[in-house]
Design a protein around this ligand. Structure first.
Ligand code: ADP
Ligand code: MG
Length: 542
């Protein structure tokens, strides 16, 4: 304002205008600069935004491409899997078809095998004899006779051996004489090391015949202490007539056969078979029912008789038959019956059995009218069974009331079905009394009576087998209760296995030779086999 002093208004106004102009110019140049800066900044931002968008879209493209590839690969994989699945389905179908073919072939082969099995057994003959030589045991050394030390030593030496699995070799040596070797041939010979398993393996095929409609009998023959009870039942419990059920590998033929029968039945349609058991002792030519119970339910031996029915079959009226559903039920029942077995210690062996034990499994097969006969493969059996079933059906239904317990296949329930038929087959398992001579046992009085009954029944058995061997018209089954009881399992179509039991010691030479002779005689039945089918009187001959 000092510069304005003394100036005219005009001049001042001019100055002000110039000043305004200058300021205006200054202001506009700032605005221009600002504008340029903003513009530049905007341009930069836009550029970076652009490149960012470009980047983003490129990335998006890349990622979508990867995804597309992945989707394509997945689709391809699914396609491959679908193809593989189809292949598998085709393969599974093929396999199913070939399995069906194999099953059909297997069924056919099984039928053929069964038919062959029966014809093989038929060819081998209905009686076969196996021989088992037990090991030397500590009691073989015990003195049973008044003999010198020298001879005693000689006595406990082995005299009987299994030369091979069909031959027994016996060294017959007498003091002062050269020893002679004798051989005996049987279908099978077991040496002292052969197990209960091995023995049973040869017995098992017979049981197949049982379900094919044949009666089967397996009996152990031999002197006391030769291993009959061991072979048939298993080792006996100490001081008890029962046998040990726990030691499975030691079990004998009776428990194993029962197990096998139930196994075979389990392969059949359920309810078509049931099993009844009877336990009988033949003592002094009397038959005792070891399963009969008194009014308190306690078992006690009741005397029974054996008769011949109108069809020519042997039967024990009012004998107790207990229905069993499995092997362990059976074993407990048999063990209970065994406690009653009459025994008398002889000098040969403390637990000598002086009676014959007959355990019978009766298998009843139920067949319905139309498919009857398809159960048996070979026509002959079908016809035979068919005939038998048709003619005995009404009576058998009536008999089957017995003591049978409940259960799905109880006979009482089955009575309702009109078209049903029943066939009974029997498996008789026999532990014979000791076959030793009277003089050997050194018994007198009542025991002597027992022994003579035993000897008589065993010689009746030998006579029966001899008569069958020679195809005699008359077979003397009725000469003893034992042979009468076993008639249907020994004669006719029945299959009999005699298991000779032999003590190997020199001191038992006489009894061993006697047993081997019995076996050899029984075996001759086989030689007449070819004509046997035409032999009409076997089952009826008395
Ligand atoms: P048996 O019934 O003929 O009178 P046992 O079966 O009672 O004869 O056998 C007599 C003894 O011999 C028993 O102690 C039994 O355990 C034993 N024994 C029999 N056979 C054999 C064997 N093969 N292996 C081992 N011990 C046996
Ligand atoms: Mg015995």
């Amino acid at each position: 304002y000092q510069g304005l002093a003394g100036r005219s208004t005009n001049e001042v106004l001019q100055l002000y205008a110039a000043r305004g102009q200058q300021m205006k110019l200054q202001r506009s140049s700032v605005v221009t600069q600002l504008y340029a800066a903003v513009k530049k900044r905007l341009k930069q931002d836009l550029k970076s935004l652009h490149s960012f968008t470009l980047e983003l879209s490129k990335d998006f493209q890349r990622q979508s491409k990867t995804c597309l590839y992945q989707v394509l690969a997945a689709v391809q994989r699914i396609q491959l899997q679908n193809e593989a699945m189809q292949m598998f389905q085709i393969k599974a179908f093929d396999l199913e078809q070939s399995l069906q073919e194999v099953t059909e072939r297997y069924e056919k082969e099984k039928q053929k095998r069964k038919a062959l099995h029966n014809s093989l057994i038929e060819l081998r003959g209905n009686i076969r004899v196996h021989c088992r030589i037990r090991p030397l045991l500590p009691f073989d050394d015990a003195a049973g006779h008044l003999v010198s030390q020298d001879r005693q030593r000689n006595f406990s030496e082995k005299a009987a051996y299994a030369a091979d699995d069909e031959t027994v070799l016996v060294k017959c040596s007498r003091p002062g004489h050269a020893s002679i070797n004798k051989t005996f041939q049987f279908e099978r010979v077991y040496n002292d090391l052969e197990s209960q398993d091995a023995v049973f393996a040869d017995v098992a095929p017979l049981l197949t015949s049982l379900l094919d409609g044949y009666n089967v009998c397996i009996m152990a023959y031999g002197q006391t202490g030769s291993g009959k009870t061991y072979t048939m039942l298993g080792p006996q419990l100490e001081g008890n007539l029962a046998f040990s059920i726990e030691e499975e590998s030691e079990l004998g033929i009776i428990p194993r056969a029962t197990e096998e029968v139930f196994r075979l039945i389990s392969e059949k349609p359920p309810g078509s078979y049931w099993v009844e058991v009877s336990v009988v002792e033949v003592y002094n030519n009397e038959i005792f029912d070891l399963l009969a119970k008194d009014s308190y339910g306690k078992v006690f031996g009741v005397k029974r008789d054996v008769v011949t029915t109108r069809e020519g079959k042997s039967d024990v009226p009012s004998l107790t038959h207990e229905t069993v559903e499995n092997a362990s039920e059976f074993l407990h029942l048999v063990n209970k019956g065994l406690q009653l077995r009459v025994t008398h210690p002889t000098l040969v062996h403390a637990h000598s059995s002086r009676s014959h034990l007959v355990v019978t499994l009766t298998i009843t097969t139920v067949v319905f009218g139309d498919n009857f006969g398809t159960l048996w493969d070979d026509e002959q059996t079908s016809q035979r069974i068919n005939k038998e079933a048709s003619c005995t059906f009404p009576q058998k239904i009536r008999d089957s009331k017995s003591t049978s317990s409940s259960g799905a296949s109880s006979p009482v329930q089955l009575e309702a079905t009109e078209k049903m038929k029943q066939v009974k087959t029997r498996l008789q398992l026999v532990d014979l009394a000791g076959s030793e001579c009277v003089s050997m046992s050194g018994v007198t009085g009542a025991a002597l009576r027992e022994t003579s009954f035993i000897n008589r029944s065993l010689s009746a058995l030998a006579d029966v087998l001899g008569a069958i061997a020679e195809q005699r018209a008359h077979v003397p089954y009725r000469n003893s209760k034992l042979t009468h009881l076993l008639q249907d399992s020994v004669g006719g179509d029945a299959k009999l296995l005699v298991m000779l039991c032999i003590s190997p010691g020199q001191k038992y030479l006489t009894e061993s030779m006697q047993s081997l002779g019995f076996g050899t005689r029984a075996r001759q039945v086989q030689r007449g086999q070819v004509k046997k089918k035409n032999f009409p009187v076997l089952s009826k001959g008395k």
